[in-house]
Design a protein around this ligand. Structure first.
Ligand code: PA5
Length: 481
C-alpha cells in the first residue's frame, strides 16, 4: 500500500504579505467598550513620561535603575542591533561548520539563555516537534534539541536515546556560567560525547556561549579548548538574542542572522522617536503600565493561533515577568495557544475575575495554507475556504468576545514569519518590557533577584539536603495516603 496521499491543491502557496516589513500594533480594543485608552487620564500622564524613560535607556549611565552590579544594562538597545555584516558572517560560518558535521544539534541553556533563541527558530523554521520528525532534506539541516531547561530524568534519558548512534554537536549557553541546570545537562551530554569522540573532535563540536572573562563555564571551556562566543557584560540573558552568543544559536538553527539583525535595527529605530502615535513600544508600554498600576490588572494573556508562534508567546512570559515581577508588582504573563486553550482557560478569560488584559500575536501571511475539502461533510459551509481564513475568524472572534466580556485587548499583526519580522518584534518587545518597568514602581528592568534566590536555595539543597529543614516550613504537615 502506498500510504497516505495528499489530494492535489490541498496544500497551497500564499500570495505574500502586502508589506514584508510593516508590523501593526492594533489597540482599538484596549479599554472598555465605548471608551478608549487614549482618553484615560492615567494613560496620558504615563505617556507624557515615556520620552524621559527612553532617554534614560539611551543616554543615562548613572541611574541605578538601569544598572546591574553597577553596569548599565542597555547594550541590547544601544549596541546590539548595530553590527557589521563581517561579524555576522563569522558567526554564521562557525554555526554552519557544526550544522554540516551533525545529524543532531543540542542547545543547552535555560531562561533568557534559552527561550529567545527557541522562539525565533520555531517562528521562522517551524515548531521543533514537527520539524524534527521530518527528513533532513525537508528540514534543510540537522535536528535541533533544547536541553538543560529542566531537570526531568525521563526527558533527558529519552533525549540521549534519540541522539544515540548519530553525529552530534552543540552549544552550551550560560552568561554567569554557574547556573546549575545547564551545567548538569552539559556534564551528562559531555560524558556521552567523551564516549564517542576524541578530545580534539569534541573541541570542534561544542561551542561555549558565556561571559568574556569570568565564570565556571568559561574556565571549563578553556580547559576543553572550546570555541566561544560572548554575552557582553551590559546585556542580560532575556535581552541577549542579539549578542554574538544569541546569534550563534539562531545561526545553528539555520536562520539568516544578517536579515535578523536588519529587522532588529529597524525595530530599534522605530522606538527612537517621541511621537506616541508612531511609537508602538511607547504605546504598548504605557498601556501595560496603566493596566498594572491603575486598573488593577494582574495577568496579560499572550495569545496566538499559530503553533510556530507558541514559543514566541512563551518568550513573552520569559521577558515580562522576570523583568517586572518585583516589589509585589508586575503583570503575570500566560502564553495561550488558541484555539486549544479557548476550550480551557478561555472560560476564565471570558467570565472569571476581571484581572486580564490580552495581547494577540497574529500573522498576515503564514507562507503556506490548507484549502479545506469539506464537500459532503457536516462542515460543508467551509468547503474550499482557506484554513488561515478560518483560523483568523476564530482568533478575531476570541478577541471580540473577550473585549465584550471586559478584557482590554491589543494585537500585533506580523506580515510574515521571517527573520526580519521576528527580530523587529523581538526588539520592540525588549523596549516595551524596559519602558513599562521604568514607568511603574517596579523600576529596574534588568535585575532578577527572585531568580537568584531560587538558584541559591537549589544549590544549597544539592550540596546539603538538610537545608530543607531550615527554610521555615513546619515539616510535620505532610499528608500521605
Ligand atoms: O534573563 C535572565 O537573566 C535569566 O533568565 C537568565 O538568562 C537565566 O537565569 C540563565 O542564566 P545564565 O545565562 O547565567 O545561565
Amino acid at each position: 500500500m502506498a500510504g497516505l496521499r495528499i489530494p492535489a491543491g490541498v496544500i497551497a502557496r500564499t500570495g505574500g504579505p502586502i508589506s514584508k516589513t510593516k508590523i501593526v500594533l492594533d489597540y482599538r480594543r484596549f479599554g472598555s467598550p465605548g471608551s478608549h485608552i487614549t482618553e484615560d487620564t492615567a494613560f496620558k500622564k504615563i505617556a507624557d513620561e515615556m520620552p524621559r524613560f527612553q532617554d534614560k535607556l539611551l543616554n543615562d549611565n548613572a541611574d541605578p535603575n538601569i544598572q546591574d552590579g553597577g553596569i548599565p544594562m542597555v547594550g541590547w538597545k544601544r549596541e546590539a542591533p548595530y553590527r557589521s555584516e563581517a561579524e555576522l558572517r563569522d558567526i554564521t560560518a562557525a554555526a554552519n561548520a557544526l550544522r554540516e558535521i551533525s545529524d543532531d544539534i543540542w542547545m543547552d541553556g535555560i531562561g533568557g539563555s534559552y527561550l529567545g533563541g527557541r522562539a525565533m527558530i520555531e517562528a521562522v523554521k517551524g515548531n521543533l516537534e514537527q520539524t524534527n520528525a521530518m527528513s533532513r532534506e525537508e528540514r534543510g539541516g540537522p535536528r535541533l534539541w533544547f536541553i538543560g531547561n529542566n531537570m526531568d530524568p525521563r526527558a533527558m534519558a529519552r533525549q540521549l536515546q534519540l541522539m544515540k548512534g548519530r553525529q552530534v554537536a552543540g552549544s552550551v549557553y550560560s552568561k554567569s556560567g554557574t547556573t546549575m541546570e545547564p551545567a548538569i545537562a552539559f556534564a551528562i551530554i559531555k560524558a556521552a560525547m567523551d564516549e564517542s569522540y576524541s578530545a580534539e573532535e569534541i573541541a570542534s563540536r561544542i561551542v561555549a556561549l558565556t561571559d568574556k572573562s569570568k565564570g565556571a563555564l568559561l574556565e571549563f571551556a578553556n580547559k576543553l579548548g572550546l570555541k566561544r562566543f560572548v554575552v557582553p557584560d551590559n546585556i542580560g540573558g532575556r535581552y541577549s538574542v542579539l549578542t554574538d552568543a544569541g546569534l550563534f544559536v539562531l545561526a545553528l538553527g539555520g536562520l539568516d542572522i544578517i536579515s535578523f539583525v536588519a529587522g532588529a535595527k529597524d525595530g530599534e529605530e522605530a522606538t527612537r522617536n517621541n511621537s506616541l502615535e508612531s511609537n508602538p513600544a511607547f504605546l504598548r508600554a504605557t498601556m501595560r503600565a496603566v493596566a498594572m498600576t491603575n486598573w488593577g490588572k494582574a495577568i496579560e494573556v499572550y495569545a496566538t493561533g499559530m503553533q510556530d508562534l507558541w514559543a514566541a508567546a512563551k518568550e513573552a512570559q520569559q521577558v515580562f515577568p522576570e523583568t517586572e515581577g518585583k516589589k509585589g508588582l508586575g503583570l503575570w504573563v500566560t502564553p495561550e495557544l488558541y484555539t486549544e486553550m479557548a476550550h480551557a482557560n478561555g472560560q476564565m478569560i471570558q467570565e472569571g475575575p476581571r484581572i486580564f488584559i490580552e495581547t494577540f500575536l497574529k500573522v498576515e501571511d503564514p507562507g503556506v495554507d490548507v484549502l479545506i475539502p469539506a464537500k459532503g461533510t457536516p462542515v460543508e459551509f467551509v468547503d474550499g475556504k482557506s484554513l488561515h481564513l478560518v483560523n483568523n475568524a476564530f482568533i478575531d472572534g476570541l478577541e471580540s468576545a473577550h473585549y465584550q466580556g471586559g478584557v482590554p485587548t491589543m494585537s500585533y499583526l506580523l506580515p510574515e514569519l521571517s527573520e526580519y519580522v521576528m527580530a523587529k518584534w523581538y526588539q520592540l518587545e525588549r523596549n516595551v518590557a524596559a519602558l513599562s518597568s521604568l514607568a511603574t514602581k517596579v523600576q529596574n528592568p534588568f535585575i532578577q533577584p527572585g531568580v537568584v534566590a531560587y538558584k541559591n536555595a537549589a544549590m544549597a539543597l544539592l550540596k546539603n539536603p538538610a537545608t530543607e529543614q531550615d527554610d521555615g516550613a513546619n515539616l510535620q504537615f505532610r499528608a500521605a495516603v
